[in-house]
Write a protein that binds this ligand. Structure first.
Ligand code: FE2
Ligand code: FE2
Length: 453
């Protein structure tokens, strides 16, 4: 549904543009109206109305905020804001002619007179489209969007920075070390407490920056874990920098390969496997400014605790503990990405997969510490409980990783916080936020905070 609404919004802006350029009986305009109309019809097969919200300069549909469409839809959003329209409702009984007239009005800035849009529409016989202000939950929704938008801006800004730094190293340009360290410090300060929110934002990721999302996520995780482990701030920053560059070899190779139009040959594929060595070689040139750790981590991050990974060493020796730390964050993020593609991949599966590698790919104590910090069920996971209620994970219990503190969302009368480690109630099932868990997402944090049971 989200995708269909997105498509309808894209068609919506295309139709307004067509209405501005062409006369109302021009085939280009009628085609675009038909497109949008057909799209809306397919949405109306499943619901009686479609409500689009305009909140803080973003377009929203239910709990989805179409950040990635914002740039494209900016003229529409500005226009609606100017007219004080906070929501548009399309009703199922919408007629094609009404839609065409509505688009004409939106396209003609002079045409809507001084009256409010609502009454103007009814004068024109547009009954199945309403445009006006949001009446309920406006401020709550506004706050939510504002918060999300700030996170997004931070995240996108960080992605641009990651992009910039990695590109510089790939092109073997000079790096401003102090600036880099300062930026990593900023990541650390902005993201540590909210790291889960930031990781969640990957669903809004921009396609042109997709390669850097993994790197940024690994950096955020490594900063989060190492600071919780009690490393001194200076060391935490060093770890962040090492995490930022851990896959630089891969980016270097893929950049070169992307420029090639033919199919990759065997040699190029096996080259991809050597990204750890290539990365170390590149970073070696920056040793004066970045130090030795990024070189070591890039070289060792696929080596594994049992040394069965790559590269093959002539004189085997255990990887540096910080290489093992970054490699764990690396695998965790890769598995989480699978989760966001195959929506039903539950966090417990990530835990089980990684647990199987305890003492093999991962150092045993380090793996334990990792899950003590982030828990089996990440904060904000929607879960069903053994006594039948639905809850969201609120806070981890370090010494009882399966039983975090949760916020009961439903049923209403049970709302409040429960510490599962001090209770017989257990988590039964993870509810996919795109499926069964979807309807509970908006309830997180909105209930009264009862005392911890
Ligand atoms: Fe890698
Ligand atoms: Fe990686």
């Amino acid at each position: 549904m989200q995708e269909r609404v997105k498509k309808a919004l894209t068609d919506f802006i295309a139709a307004i543009r067509a209405a501005k350029i062409y006369t109302t009986n021009h085939p280009k305009f009628t085609d675009s109206v038909n497109n949008l109309y057909n799209n809306l019809q397919s949405i109306f097969k499943e619901r009686r109305e479609l409500i689009i919200g305009v909140v803080n300069g973003e377009l929203a549909f239910e709990q989805f905020i179409f950040f990635d469409l914002s740039k494209k839809l900016k003229p529409l959003i500005l226009y609606l804001q100017e007219k004080d329209i906070e929501r548009i409702v399309f009703y199922q009984s919408l007629q094609r002619e009404e839609l065409a007239r509505f688009l004409e009005v939106l396209a003609d800035p002079e045409g809507n007179g001084k009256k409010g849009f609502g009454s103007y529409f009814s004068l024109l016989g547009i009954k199945n489209i309403h445009a006006g202000k949001i009446k309920t939950h406006s401020s709550e929704l506004k706050d939510k969007v504002k918060k999300l938008r700030n996170y997004l801006m931070e995240y996108e800004g960080s992605l641009e920075k990651v992009n910039e730094y990695l590109q510089k190293v790939i092109d073997q340009e000079e790096l401003d070390y102090l600036e880099l360290r300062y930026d990593i410090l900023n990541f650390l300060e902005n993201m540590i407490e909210m790291y889960q929110e930031f990781l969640d934002l990957t669903t809004f990721r921009r396609k042109d920056l997709i390669t850097f999302v993994h790197v940024l996520n690994v950096t955020i995780l490594a900063l989060h874990i190492s600071s919780k482990m009690g490393y001194m701030k200076d060391v935490v920053l060093d770890i962040g920098i090492a995490a930022l560059f851990h896959d630089i070899g891969k980016l270097y190779i893929s950049n070169k390969i992307i420029q090639k139009t033919d199919k990759l040959d065997k040699q190029e594929l096996s080259l991809m496997k050597h990204h750890s060595v290539i990365g170390a070689e590149i970073l070696f040139k920056y040793m004066d400014s970045l130090g030795l750790l990024p070189v070591v981590v890039a070289y060792e991050h696929h080596l594994r605790y049992d040394l069965k990974g790559y590269p093959k060493l002539a004189f085997p020796q255990k990887p540096h503990p910080l290489s093992l730390l970054v490699s764990m964050c690396d695998v965790y993020d890769a598995l989480s990405q699978i989760r966001s593609y195959k929506k039903s991949y539950p966090p417990i599966q990530i835990y089980n997969v990684m647990q199987k590698e305890r003492g093999k790919a991962f150092a045993p104590e380090l793996l334990d510490t990792f899950f003590q910090i982030i828990g089996v069920w990440p904060v904000k996971s929607i879960v069903s409980l053994s006594e039948g209620s639905i809850a969201a994970v609120k806070e981890q219990n370090g010494n009882d990783i399966f039983n975090p503190k949760v916020e009961i969302l439903s049923p209403e009368k049970k709302r409040g916080l429960v510490d599962l480690s001090k209770n017989k109630i257990k988590i039964v099932e993870y509810l996919d936020p795109f499926g069964k868990g979807k309807k509970f997402l908006q309830m997180i944090g909105s209930g009264k905070q009862a005392s911890v049971a």
